[in-house]
Design a protein around this ligand. Structure first.
Ligand SMILES: [Fe+2]
Ligand SMILES: [Fe+2]
Length: 208
């Protein structure tokens, strides 16, 4: 593909992601279709958490696409695109759950996409080991974040719990695969920068 074709393709994927029209793998929705009886307070908490998770999954899409776009190693590129497809499942599940709970996604999702795409492209251009190290660290931070949500959420919201547990297992696997493929550990200040950026995104997305 030419440079222009690439840009058009990436715009198309970004629009599909943001309008929830991108398809992922063939996996089904992890939360069973069972009746539930949540209080409004429990629902509101789950909506807030899932808004944050949806924003995170939008960012994950963009990080993977940005890295894949600049990646010169075909094997790593394929790894990034495949992991990105599982992130699309997460995106679809978070949106579906938010719809079920009667909540909306963050208005800032397009901004998170654009910023994360740029960040992915920057780390992706620093070479294979750094790029994979970036994936590993991102996924590890996401696992910790999901664990906090699993502690916070009402134990009555079994559907959301099931989704979060499935996502956590996937993210953990993404981190391990990146490490096994040759990811190198990032510097402490880089890790700190990443967690600070994530904090801005998660705290804002909960409300706007
Ligand atoms: Fe994810
Ligand atoms: Fe992941």
């Amino acid at each position: 593909m030419s440079f222009i074709d690439n840009i058009i393709n990436e715009f198309d994927i970004a629009l599909k992601t943001l309008s929830n029209k991108k398809s992922g793998t063939s996996r089904g929705y992890p939360a069973e279709e069972s009746p539930e009886n949540l209080t409004q307070e429990e629902k509101d908490l789950s909506i807030q958490l899932m808004r944050v998770n949806l924003a995170g999954e939008v960012a994950a899409q963009a990080l993977y696409r940005g890295q894949a776009m600049v990646c010169e190693d075909n094997e790593v590129k394929e790894h990034l695109i495949n992991a990105g497809l599982e992130e699309t499942d997460h995106l679809i599940w978070c949106k579906k759950r938010l719809d079920e709970l009667g909540g909306n996604g963050s208005l800032l999702n397009p901004i998170w996409y654009a910023g994360s795409f740029a960040l992915g492209a920057i780390f992706g251009s620093l070479g294979k080991q750094t790029s994979l190290g970036f994936v590993e660290e991102t996924e590890k931070q996401v696992v910790k974040h999901l664990e906090k949500h699993l502690e916070k959420i009402s134990q009555e919201d079994k559907k959301t719990i099931k989704i979060l547990e499935t996502m956590r297992a996937d993210e953990d696997q993404h981190a391990n695969e990146a490490s096994e493929s040759g990811g190198e550990e990032l510097k402490d200040y880089t890790k700190k920068f990443m967690s600070m950026t994530a904090k801005v995104m998660t705290s804002t997305s909960a409300h706007i």
